[in-house]
Design a protein around this ligand. Structure first.
Ligand code: SF4
Length: 425
């Protein structure tokens, strides 16, 4: 989400005549697009801001420092008093006002703040400066209505708003004409796309409409809330040829008590049922998930439920994190916050368990032929890298001019994080 917001801010700046600088030292303006989903991300921002502040003023350096993203939204005006080197503070739903803010800052000669949230942002056509040329993010909605008790998103990115389907389809068509081969539809909860639209459209319908775009070969989407994963969406994944067989379906915990406390609004049995339906409809489905360990009140038994769920579902990959205290969120007030060592120990256990599962899942592909979208030269010299329809990374020998092609690759080896193969001729 943030990467794509950065593309949009770059698009606005380029439309104003700005060009990318080689480094912050050479730049006239630096935007720090921030994340506050976990404490670690926030700390990284403050240390980078300190580095930039040090740069400013040195040798007459007049760089404009802007802070965007969730920390900007969370801190607003307070950022200016805390860090006087900041010139602009811009919330995630105020991105379309960037040009006006730059002018205002020039005219007034003092810092400007925009965090009020543009109520029409989801209807605005904001340019994006994409550099990949092959794979593109396309936002389909903003905000979230779910209020999971650990999450800051609904407070910082606002309530759920869906972009009009015709704007999304038009953007995807242009991307197809520009040579893009793969799009990823983005939203905090894409499965609930469509609420409040003047032109009614559900997420499965949207998938049907975008897959008609010429030139686009693959359609992905992220993120799906398990509660909103409907039978209609499962049918769409099964039937629509360009929609890839991979889904990120965050479970967060295997314990019903913890799920209820997180306000996830599904039980582990309901979640397992959805996974079964998915696998029945699409046997090759690649499923990944998010896990939070050490949520307040998580007992050893609760944690054992999570380990059991991982063993049963056998995800292809997981993104696991220790619970992190976030301002605004209800989880702060839930009793039973765990010691850091306990969270660390649980995280290590989860990651160790998953490493073996990921390896086994990848080894299943050995001997199979996978359709791979070639992304270019691999970091391993002389090799190409690309992704299967299931979004698995594959390295194989081949000529660089294949970048952008869909090729068949026979898988000959597997590690926990990637596959190796050879081109089929
Ligand atoms: S669904 Fe996702 S974005 Fe929305 S509140 Fe829950 S964790 Fe946050």
């Amino acid at each position: 989400m943030n990467e794509h917001d950065s593309e949009r801010m770059a698009g606005i700046l380029e439309s104003q005549g700005f060009v990318p600088a080689a480094s912050a030292e050479d730049a006239e303006m630096v935007i720090l697009n921030t994340c506050s989903i976990r404490d670690k991300a926030e700390q990284k921002f403050y240390s980078e801001l300190g580095r930039l502040a040090h740069l400013k003023g040195r040798g007459g350096n007049k760089v404009t420092i802007a802070v965007a993203g969730c920390i900007a939204q969370q801190e607003g005006e307070k950022l200016l008093s805390r860090t006087p080197s900041v010139d602009m503070v811009i919330g995630p739903s105020d991105i379309a006002r960037l040009s006006a803010m730059i002018e205002k800052k020039r005219d007034l000669g003092r810092p400007v703040v925009e965090t009020g949230g543009d109520p029409e942002y989801h209807r605005r056509l904001v340019p994006a400066s994409r550099t990949d040329g092959l794979k593109a993010w396309v936002s389909i909605m903003y905000g979230c209505d779910n209020f999971c008790t650990y999450c800051v998103v609904p407070y910082l990115r606002g309530r759920e708003r869906s972009r009009p389907p015709r704007d999304i389809v038009a953007e995807v068509r242009v991307l197809g004409e520009q040579g893009y081969r793969e799009i990823t539809l983005l939203g905090q909860n894409v499965n609930s796309y469509g609420k409040g639209l003047q032109e009614p459209c559900t997420f499965p319908e949207l998938l049907r409409r975008v897959q008609d775009a010429d030139g686009i070969e693959r359609v992905r989407f992220v993120t799906s809330h398990p509660r909103d994963l409907s039978d209609a969406l499962i049918d769409a994944i099964r039937d629509l040829t360009k929609v890839c067989e991979s889904i990120h379906l965050p479970v967060q915990s295997g314990a019903d008590r913890v799920l209820a406390s997180m306000n996830r609004r599904y039980t582990s049995a309901e979640y397992r049922d959805k996974v079964q339906k998915l696998r029945k409809a699409v046997p090759d489905m690649v499923i990944t998930t998010d896990i939070i360990v050490g949520f307040p009140g998580e007992t050893a038994d609760d944690f054992a439920c999570t380990l059991r769920l991982l063993q049963e579902v056998e995800y292809d990959n997981i993104f696991a994190f220790k619970y992190s205290k976030r301002t605004h969120t209800k989880a702060l007030g839930i009793p039973g916050h765990l010691a850091e060592e306990v969270k660390e120990e649980r995280l290590a256990q989860v990651l160790e368990l998953q490493k073996g599962i990921s390896l086994r899942k990848n080894e299943h592909h050995i001997g199979s032929v996978q359709e791979v979208l070639v992304e270019g030269a691999s970091k391993k010299g002389g090799m190409l890298t690309g992704r299967t329809r299931g979004n698995k990374s594959v390295n194989f020998p081949g000529p660089v001019h294949l970048r952008g092609s869909l090729v068949n690759v026979r898988i000959i080896a597997a590690g926990p994080n990637s596959l190796s193969g050879e081109l089929c001729v």
